[in-house]
Write a protein that binds this ligand. Structure first.
Ligand SMILES: Cc1ncc(COP(=O)(O)O)c(C=O)c1O
Length: 444
């Protein structure tokens, strides 16, 4: 147990945790529209007065009309509420410029990671050489190794190219898997967690062609689609690229894409909501996915919030201005923070940070003094973990250690969520800087 956990008196006032994707934990405010719709659905007395904007009350009434018994306290259908599935399908069609999406291809559940877990659970099969394998990016999200208890087939992202995905590396990874497992899927994180890389169309087409040639299901985690801020970068979904390719791909490649209520702008991690949309998936397989959910319908509250997320106020609606201002505030804070933090980290000796283009993390590389690495060996921990432990002990800042993201030995990184209030980020950077310089001083 660390001395912080033991309650030993420290020089800092409080611990700041910027290790995870939980932006509200890091001080970001929720979107009012989402919370107001939820509040009115949970306590319909609020519908009577004028304390909530008219569009919020109308939305809540519509949503309650889709709840059994007109109450959020009743179970929802196992596949999710019809109205919510329809709103998600409409959102996907708007986002992908009209490529049709069908509510029946959508499954809502308590978080996108649970959706992924269901898919992987279904795919898990075999032993030894025939055990299901999944091509997995390195680095990947820190939660992925927990979800992936199948054989991960690692493919390395190219750090010096801004963490780009490389086709030759996919071929190498697949070849290496021979004799160890049977790869059945490729997992893509775009925008990348924790790298913030946004893939270009050419790369995405190559991935789709690769998946088609190798008979792999494409699992596209697109949780940070709402937070692309890199210059001249924009989010394009795998689904859209696939649908715009030749028929031999668009009508055959099986893909599932994931999105979440925990994304950057909505940031409602604790409400636990996410969905997946399947394209070209064998209908029997899709039915199995539904079967897995049969005993546990998704929570109503997260579905209501999902609906508010994918179907925000339109121009002219009473809530439009507040909603737009809040979203803009989040996006501006994120892009300014990311740029500022990246410059700051790149000015520290022994630290090199690729500029992120999206998402909420920075993932700088650490060049650690050999004596720290030795000390970590003696203690039986990874050197980046030791770095983070010391930082927490001495400065009360909690960052993620790169090894949690699947990084190999001697490849040290730290993970830092930059979607926090600018004042919090300033505090984090100042504490990190004084710790880092002290460390280099102690172990020159
Ligand atoms: C890879 C990845 N996908 C999705 C999410 C969001 O997951 P959920 O929708 O379950 O909150 C996270 C959050 O940690 C993540 O790391």
């Amino acid at each position: 147990m660390s001395s912080v956990q033991q309650g030993v008196k420290k020089l800092f006032q409080k611990v700041i945790d910027v290790s995870s994707c939980d932006t509200q934990k890091a001080g970001m405010a929720p979107i009012s529209f989402v919370r107001q719709v939820l509040a009115a659905c949970l306590y319909p007395e609020l519908l009577k007065g004028n304390c909530l904007p008219l569009d919020v009350r109308q939305r809540a009434q519509r949503l309650l009309g889709d709840c059994y018994g007109g109450s959020v306290g009743s179970y929802s259908p196992v596949k999710g509420m019809q109205l919510v599935c329809e709103s998600i399908a409409e959102f996907i069609m708007r986002r992908d410029s009209g490529a049709r999406s069908h509510p029946e291809n959508i499954i809502i559940s308590s978080g996108s990671q649970y959706c992924l877990l269901m898919v992987l659970h279904l795919m898990a099969n075999g032993e030894g050489e025939s055990k299901t394998g999944v091509l997995t990016p390195m680095p990947c999200s820190d939660t992925l190794p927990m979800v992936l208890n199948l054989s991960a087939v690692p493919y390395q992202l190219m750090e010096d190219r801004g963490w780009a995905l490389d086709l030759d590396e996919l071929h190498r990874a697949l070849k290496n898997a021979r004799g160890h497992c049977k790869p059945r899927a490729i997992y893509i994180s775009n925008p990348g967690i924790p790298t913030g890389c946004v893939q270009d169309r050419k790369t995405m087409e190559e991935v789709i062609q690769f998946a088609a040639a190798k008979g792999l299901i494409l699992l596209a985690e697109e949780v940070y689609q709402d937070s692309v801020y890199g210059q001249d970068k924009e989010f394009t979904s795998y689904r859209k690229v696939l649908q715009e390719m030749e028929k031999k791909y668009s009508e055959t490649v099986e893909s599932i894409s994931f999105n979440s209520l925990s994304n950057a702008c909505t940031g409602e991690c604790g409400l636990r909501g996410g969905y997946m949309e399947a394209t070209n998936l064998d209908p029997a397989v899709f039915e199995y996915l539904r079967d897995i959910q049969r005993t546990s319908s998704p929570p109503t509250t997260s579905q209501l919030a999902l609906e508010a997320m994918v179907n925000p106020p339109s121009p002219g609606d009473p809530s439009y201005e507040t909603y737009t201002r809040e979203i803009l505030h989040t996006r501006t804070t994120l892009s300014q923070n990311a740029q500022r933090a990246c410059e700051f980290l790149n000015n520290l000796p022994g630290m090199k940070c690729q500029p992120a283009m999206a998402g909420i993390f920075l993932y700088p590389r650490l060049q650690l003094p050999p004596r720290i690495i030795e000390e970590a060996k003696v203690l039986g921990v990874k050197a980046d973990v030791l770095y983070c432990q010391k930082l927490l002990e001495e400065e009360g800042v909690c960052l993620g250690a790169g090894c949690e993201n699947g990084q190999e030995d001697q490849n040290y990184h730290i993970r830092l969520c930059v979607l926090a209030s600018p004042a919090t980020l300033d505090e984090v950077l100042a504490r990190l800087c004084s710790f880092h310089l002290r460390l280099l001083d102690r172990f020159p």
